[in-house]
Design a protein around this ligand. Structure first.
Ligand SMILES: O=C(CO)[C@H](O)[C@H](O)COP(=O)(O)O
Length: 223
């Protein structure tokens, strides 16, 4: 199992002060920056693109930027994110005409690659491509909005994907995204996640360091 990563989703940050918010959350103990890209086509919301990623790098952010593409089509935007400092790019198989080709494109661009499974996407979509991946991202809400409730069936799915990753013997991260809070993260970790996206639970809290510390302690206890 990989080391624990807490990746705050900046979807719930104050966009009017984004650079400060990212500095603050990293200083508070966050490991990665989770960067949600929505296109009002694949998902019914519209957020941020490569220019904002570039602005964060120019602002001085050196932490890994974990780009979650909720866009269709996928391939055209990949080089734009690679150029401006994305560390890892994840995409939804439903949004790509050729999943294996998109995986290779992301790797060739110099980024790590992740595949995202929606709550109703079967784990079999990982067959034939799992070993090419650096990360599997399981959505525990339907994509498009922060602040939704964790869908309990994601726990069983985590256990299944954890077993697939362990069987592969590859150092593939298992990330969970949606409704992750300090009070449910222990059972999510016990089900096999090692990388935790949390938006509203962190950015709506009065003390980012306190909530991140409580999350890390809960994960450590569960492992
Ligand atoms: O990808 C997302 C939505 O599509 C968000 O990252 C996710 O929902 C995180 O927000 P929260 O922790 O508030 O549920």
């Amino acid at each position: 199992m990989q080391s624990t990563v807490i990746a705050p989703s900046i979807l719930s940050a104050n966009f009017a002060r984004l650079g400060e918010e990212v500095d603050h959350v990293l200083k508070a103990g966050a490991d990665w920056v989770h960067f949600d890209v929505m296109d009002n086509h694949y998902v019914p919301n519209l957020t941020i693109g490569p220019m904002v990623c570039e602005a964060l790098r120019k602002h001085g952010v050196t932490a890994p930027i974990d780009v979650h593409l909720m866009v269709q089509p996928v391939d055209r935007i990949v080089p734009d994110f690679a150029k401006v400092g994305a560390s890892l790019i994840s995409f939804h198989p439903e949004a790509s005409a050729h999943v294996h080709r998109t995986v290779q494109l992301i790797k060739a661009s110099g980024c790590q690659v992740g595949l995202v499974l929606n709550p109703a996407t079967p784990v079999e979509v990982l067959d034939y491509v799992l070993e090419e991946l650096d990360l599997v991202l399981l959505m525990s809400v339907n994509p498009g909005f922060g602040g939704q409730s964790f869908i309990p069936s994601a726990l069983e799915k985590l256990r299944r994907v954890r077993a697939m990753i362990d069987r592969s013997g590859k150092p593939i991260r298992l990330e969970i995204d949606g409704g992750v809070k300090a009070d449910n993260i222990a059972e999510i970790a016990a089900a096999g996640a090692d990388t935790f996206v949390a938006g509203s639970a962190i950015f709506n809290a009065p003390d980012y360091a306190d909530v991140i510390a409580r999350m890390k302690a809960a994960v450590a206890g569960a492992r």
